[in-house]
Design a protein around this ligand. Structure first.
Ligand code: ZN
Length: 266
């Protein structure tokens, strides 16, 4: 038995093959991997798609604490990589003494919120063969100041609210918004309760982006959009305190930090 165990061990440890990662192993990060074409790749237990040229993608959640296990398999040669995840510190803001109706949405909108969350979840679950996630992303609005960051959270009257998963770009109402990367439109909604005018794009392999609080939406569901195309304009629709663009990045149901794919100057 012991001989067999050590034999298996040797087989596993001697058969490693090339894999590289573009992205940091920190909470909220988008990570692009590259390995030999034709490999099978598992992230934890989840099998992910691999492009014909060997690319795969995954992301790490805001609060992920445990290691990520990447398993590669090429023609029976297995390689297991375990990576530690660096923790981040998020900005937590406590505000007390607020009027209760400003803290919790009124009961009559619960059903609506549920219905809308389902629409968004469905779009984020898309697992297409598109490979646009490999491309470099660009900022949706140039020379705009970031006014809200990923991961921050407010505790209102002692109640922890949903963390902020987006990146907020301050801009005037009507400012044109560019697509950050090529993709296909999977959701167009002119007025969702929280997010107002909302767009979701699929970029392949579970990577999606969201654009929220838009004034005008200039694309249709199913439309293929090129990076830099004008997809709509900045607004303050939904629950927004003022005109701004909030963009989000997901790997399936996991919300990632858009700043990890953007080249931000400020
Ligand atoms: Zn926001």
């Amino acid at each position: 038995m012991r001989i067999l165990v050590s034999l298996v061990f040797i087989l596993i440890t001697t058969s490693s093959f090339a894999v590289t990662f573009d992205g940091k192993f920190i909470q909220g990060s988008f990570i692009l991997g590259k390995t030999e074409p034709g490999s099978e790749v598992f992230i934890d237990k989840k099998k992910v798609k691999v492009t014909s040229d060997g690319f795969f993608v995954f992301g790490l959640g805001r609060d992920r604490k445990y290691d990520v296990v990447i398993t590669l398999n090429k023609d029976g040669n297995k390689q297991k990589i375990v990576k530690k995840i660096l923790k981040r510190k998020y900005n937590i803001q406590r505000i007390d003494g607020l009027e209760e109706k400003k803290v919790t949405p009124p009961e009559e909108v619960y059903e609506r919120i549920k219905r809308e969350n389902k629409l968004i979840a469905k779009a984020r679950a898309t697992d297409s063969d598109l490979t646009f996630f490999k491309n470099k992303f660009i900022v949706p609005i140039e020379n705009s100041i970031i006014t809200g960051v990923y991961g921050s959270q407010r505790i209102l009257n002692g109640k922890p609210k949903w963390p902020h998963y987006g990146l907020d770009f301050a801009a005037d109402e009507g400012t044109k918004i560019k697509a950050m990367v090529d993709g296909t439109v999977t959701l167009v909604e002119p007025d969702l309760f929280y997010t107002g005018g909302t767009l979701i794009f699929d970029h392949g392999h579970g990577i999606s982006t969201l654009y929220m609080h838009m004034e005008k939406v200039l694309v249709k569901k199913g439309q293929k959009v090129k990076q830099g195309d004008i997809i709509g304009t900045v607004g303050s629709t939904g629950r927004a305190t003022g005109a701004h663009l909030d963009v989000r990045l997901n790997w399936f149901g996991i919300r990632l930090d858009p700043a990890t794919v953007l080249d931000l100057k400020n």
